[in-house]
Design a protein. Structure first.
Length: 170
């Protein structure tokens, strides 16, 4: 039997297809009326400008849109809290050099981006399944409006906590 005449379920390729089938065919777009998710790579801008609270809010809503189980969504919220705590701790540890707060700002952003990395990993598998079933050219919704709505309060909360701990605005 030639490789092109191989039947489904025969040989290594057929067995591999059978292993992947439940995870890929599990979700169907035809009967799914959830809102479209946001692109995972775009969420990094929210994390950079709004800090860990904004990134957690966007990632939590996006995980719900992607169909991530509740355990994963709770883990995203926990990463948001840990990221905020790390941002404040790093900013407090770096402190300020006289009138300059750039070190504290950079430290807080690095901690927020690290937290976003974990949020990205929690959404990645569901995002791959979503994009596999994409029927149109761009299966993602725009993050401009929701991103801006998350960035402003997220940045304010993070700056207020850093100010409370360090006495300086980061």
């Amino acid at each position: 039997m030639s490789p092109t005449q191989r039947t489904e379920g025969s040989g290594a390729t057929g067995q591999l297809d059978e292993l992947l089938r439940p995870s890929v065919e599990e979700r169907s777009r035809d009967d799914d009326d959830r809102p479209r998710p946001w692109r995972l790579g775009s969420q990094v801008y929210v994390a950079f400008f709004g800090g860990a609270p904004a990134a957690a809010a966007i990632a939590f809503v996006n995980a719900r849109r992607l169909g991530v189980p509740s355990r994963g969504r709770w883990a995203i919220l926990a990463l948001g809290v840990l990221g905020l705590a790390a941002s404040v701790a790093v900013a407090a540890a770096i402190g300020t050099d006289g009138d300059s707060t750039s070190g504290a700002r950079v430290g807080a952003r690095v901690a927020a981006l690290a937290a976003w990395g974990g949020m990205y990993l929690l959404q990645r598998t569901a995002d791959r399944v979503w994009s596999y079933h994409a029927r149109d050219g761009d299966p993602y919704a725009s993050l401009w409006g929701p991103g801006l709505l998350a960035v402003v309060p997220g940045a304010i909360v993070q700056a207020a906590l850093i100010l409370a701990v360090t006495g300086e605005v980061a």
